[in-house]
Design a protein around this ligand. Structure first.
Ligand code: NDP
Length: 382
């Protein structure tokens, strides 16, 4: 049995990972489950899966969680440091990092330090500190397997391929505003932005998809996971989300991975890699899909993608600042404090003012994250 430490088990990826575990016929087991504040759901999951340990990151919910699991053998921990400790437990075979935001970086680093195979949904770990994380993985000889569907698609195109890729082509659905005129974007509401056409995901990534910063994050993620220079990572809008991404080779031949928009597939591919096992759910049917469209990204309408590329070219702490400013700006948009277009302007203003360091340490990232949040907050108050 493969024993999983599932960080963020109460979220969208977390819950879908548990569905994969349920369908695994005992091949997968759960050793650790964690949540931030949703202790009731965490307790219910612990009762169903019987893990060794659970962690509630927000210490305020430790008491109720302990009480809810009093009649079980499950060990209960609280706080951020506990998240970083449980990933290194001896029995853990693979860490699934399904946390959202900067909070994922510490556990990513801790998992690699402990030599644990990492199935990574938390793309922010690579956006913030891709250079650092990949060097650590290399040093420790630990594989990082992407859960993001685009990167899983690239991995699937490369698996068993002896030739080097010339270009990666990431597909983007275009989000809810693909056909919205650019001049209307300043007036769109959180409710509209949260209505993703093809995927049901957590709120933060859904807004990132609406601004298309999510695709910028994925360019950064691809650069680090596959060692591909930024200029050889192309993005193409593909509204049907059937082709999950593609790889081009020296002869001009392109391999693509296709399937239904169902995150259980990339989750399970990461967990069993390099094996493929049966996956529950409907199959894609060409007969039911009359067309597949591909179109270029409208750079004027979605400036966030180029902003992320620029951060990748600048290097240093740029990705960390980009991520922190975005987290603050997305929360502000969801709370009605700024307009949708205010997200990108807050990020741009923060990037101009934040401190730069060429080759950051873990402490530099920590400081930069705090500083960028402070600057972004000041920008919001202007
Ligand atoms: P959700 O918001 O649905 O879930 C986030 C999880 O992390 C929850 O379990 C939440 O706990 C926990 N969490 C949130 N903040 C903290 C914190 N500060 N400390 C500890 N735990 C925390 O997110 P998603 O599942 O949508 O996304 C997770 C990651 O996967 C993101 O990086 C996203 O970009 C990536 N991803 C997601 C996809 C999707 O389909 N959802 C697709 C591809 C990538 P609680 O429930 O208690 O708040």
């Amino acid at each position: 049995m493969i024993k999983i430490a599932l960080l963020g088990s109460t979220g969208s990826i977390g819950e879908q990972t548990l569905e994969v575990v349920r369908a695994s016929g005992g091949r997968l087991g759960v050793w650790v489950l964690t949540a931030n504040g949703n202790w009731e759901r965490l307790a219910a999951q612990a009762r169903e899966f019987g893990p060794d340990s659970v962690v509630i990151a927000d210490r305020g919910f430790y008491g109720p969680l302990v009480e809810a699991l009093r009649d079980t053998d499950v060990k209960v921990y609280a706080g951020e440091e506990a998240l970083e400790q449980v990933v290194g437990l001896a029995s853990v075979d693979v860490v699934v990092n399904a946390l959202v935001g900067y909070a994922g970086l510490g556990p990513t680093v801790a998992a690699l330090e402990a030599g644990k195979k990492l199935a990574l949904a938390n793309k922010e770990s690579l956006v913030v500190a891709g250079d650092y994380v990949m060097r650590l993985a290399l040093e420790k000889g630990v594989p990082i397997l992407p859960i993001d569907s685009e990167h899983s698609a690239v991995l699937q195109c490369l698996a068993g391929e002896p030739n080097e890729a010339q270009k990666l082509i990431l597909t983007a659905s275009g989000g809810p505003f693909l056909h919205t005129p650019v001049e209307e974007l300043a007036r769109v509401t959180p409710r509209q932005a949260l209505r993703h056409p093809n995927w049901t995901m957590g709120a933060k990534i859904t807004i990132d998809s609406a601004t298309m910063l999510n695709k910028g994050f994925e360019v950064i993620e691809a650069r680090w996971l596959f060692g591909m220079p930024e200029e050889r990572i192309e993005v193409v809008v593909h509204p049907q989300s059937v082709v999950h991404s593609m790889v081009e080779f020296a002869d001009g031949s392109i391999k693509a991975q296709l399937g239904r928009a169902d995150m259980r597939l990339p989750i399970q591919y990461a967990l069993y890699f390099p094996q493929r096992l049966s996956c529950p759910g409907e199959r894609f049917s060409f007969a039911e899909c009359s067309r597949l469209d591909f179109l270029p990204v409208d750079a004027q309408k979605f400036p966030a993608l180029e902003l992320a590329r620029e951060c990748l070219r600048r290097g240093g702490l740029s990705g960390c600042v980009l991520n922190a400013a975005n987290e603050v700006a997305v929360a502000a948009f969801l709370n009605g404090r700024i307009s949708f277009t205010g997200i990108v302007s807050t990020i741009s203003a923060t990037l101009e003012k934040a401190t730069q360091v060429a080759r950051p340490s873990l402490e530099d990232y920590r400081q930069s994250n705090l500083e960028a949040r402070r600057i972004a907050e000041q920008e919001l108050r202007r």
